[in-house]
Design a protein around this ligand. Structure first.
Ligand code: HEM
Ligand SMILES: *[C@@H]1O[C@H](CO)[C@@H](O)[C@H](O)[C@H]1NC(C)=O
Ligand SMILES: *[C@@H]1O[C@H](CO)[C@@H](O)[C@H](O)[C@H]1NC(C)=O
Ligand SMILES: *[C@@H]1O[C@H](CO)[C@@H](O)[C@H](O)[C@H]1NC(C)=O
Ligand SMILES: *[C@@H]1O[C@H](CO)[C@@H](O)[C@H](O)[C@H]1NC(C)=O
Ligand SMILES: CC(=O)N[C@H]1CO[C@H](CO)[C@@H](O)[C@@H]1O
Length: 325
């Protein structure tokens, strides 16, 4: 008997140490404690999407910003009376309120059935997957078990998020800091197949590229003219344009086809094609949507692992916009 049990015991102990040493998420984390959590969130996201299509890009981008600043811990959701929380940083301006609202509504629906069990961070991760599926993108399994963070500060945002003027080296190094590869970065940029951007984020490509050339030569000329019509100099700062000209609310690989045609909205988009190091991956995703979907799904799962709090860390927030106190 003893001889049989010893190896088993060793295996169990190694497994426990590994489990405690690094944050482990798993798809069935809630088990019987909230067995239908994904169904409840899906229903709430559908309902919100029925009210406004902005739900799709707003929720997806909210997840990205949450994960890149202090990890996927819903810290981006916290509202501060002094306007000094993560969402108040200047990079936030464009985080559409509908992403926050999606998570708040889904949390209310989850609380009604399993109070105090499911984190806002997990609800955001599930909702981000759901908007991808509901707009025609790939389905993938979401890992769960994140706890909600206790810290949310605007000052922690600076330098953590990529800018629309980034070149390939800056994009690759920022994503690498977040344990994501260049291929992950190229696939995740495909999220720009949905949603909007304010004119200010790309105006320099139209009017002040450099001291001798006004229009960024990597922009398709007809596209540049259309953007100038939509975004004249000194345009109302609330004006926004679709990032994917052709299928702006469908999650597909048209983003990459646009890059091939000089129709990437930001420098950080177009550079993925103009830089010959990333061009083969862009060409692949443009010609093979299934390859893009596989790469995007895998990268979203890795994005969802960033800086997660598990076990006894953090808390399960009651209200996603406030720390339990
Ligand atoms: C690769 C570097 C990235 C840069 C430089 C970047 C930059 C931006 C900028 C400047 C906007 C427009 C904001 C505005 O003015 O309204 C935007 C929008 C958006 N981004 Fe990114 N982003 C990047 C990666 C990502 C990733 C990884 C995701 C998600 C997986 C994402 C999802 C979105 C979505 C969905 C929108 C549209 C938001 C809306 O319509 O409300 N982006 N991004
Ligand atoms: C929402 O659902 C209602 C009833 O099913 C439908 O009539 C309406 O067109 C939908 N609205 C949107 C924006 O999809
Ligand atoms: C997506 O995948 C999840 C888990 O892998 C599954 O439970 C769900 O039914 C799938 N949804 C769709 C719309 O296929
Ligand atoms: C401005 O950009 C154009 C097009 O890339 C280039 O030919 C020119 O040399 C640049 N001028 C300066 C001053 O950098
Ligand atoms: C990246 O991975 C390393 C090694 O597993 C880990 O220590 C680090 O915390 C991860 N970074 C983030 C931002 O999660
Ligand atoms: C929507 C939102 O919260 N906007 C804020 C973003 O950050 C700027 C500058 O910090 C604030 O002025 C905005 O109110």
């Amino acid at each position: 008997m003893r001889k049989l049990w010893l190896p088993l015991l060793v295996v169990v102990m190694v497994w426990m140490v590994a489990g405690n040493g690094e944050a482990r998420l798993r798809p069935d984390f809630y088990g019987s404690a909230c067995s239908n959590v994904e169904g409840i969130v899906r229903q709430a996201v559908r309902r919100k999407l029925n009210q406004t299509v902005v739900t799709i890009p707003a929720t997806l981008r909210l997840f990205f910003h949450d994960c890149f600043v202090q990890g996927c811990d819903a810290s981006v959701m916290i509202a501060s009376a002094r306007d000094d929380a993560e969402k108040d940083a200047s990079d936030n301006l464009s985080l559409a309120g509908d992403g926050f609202d999606t998570v708040i509504k889904a949390k209310q629906a989850v609380e009604a059935q399993c109070p105090g069990v499911v984190s806002c961070a997990d609800i955001l991760a599930i909702a981000a997957r759901d908007v991808v599926v509901l707009s025609g993108g790939p389905n993938f399994t979401v890992e769960l078990g994140r706890r909600d963070g206790l810290i949310s500060r605007a000052a922690l945002v600076a330098g953590r998020l990529p800018g629309p003027d980034f070149d390939l080296d800056r994009l690759v190094s920022l994503f690498r800091l977040n344990n994501l590869t260049a291929r992950d970065m190229i696939a995740l940029s495909g999220a720009h197949t949905v949603g909007f951007s304010h004119c200010s984020r790309f105006a320099s490509r139209l009017y002040s590229f450099n001291s001798t050339t006004a229009v960024d030569p990597s922009l398709n000329a007809a596209y540049a003219r259309a953007l100038m019509r939509a975004c004249p100099r000194d345009v109302d700062p609330t004006i926004a344009v679709n990032m994917d000209l052709y299928t702006p609310i469908t999650f597909d690989n048209v983003y990459y086809k646009n890059l091939l045609d000089g129709e990437g909205l930001f420098t950080s988009d177009e550079v993925l094609f103009t830089d010959r190091r990333s061009r083969p991956t862009v060409e692949r995703f443009a010609s093979d949507q299934a390859a893009f979907f596989r790469a995007f799904s895998a990268a979203m799962v890795r994005l969802g692992r960033l800086g997660v709090k598990t076990g006894g860390q953090g808390e399960i927030r009651r209200d996603c916009t406030a720390l339990n106190s």
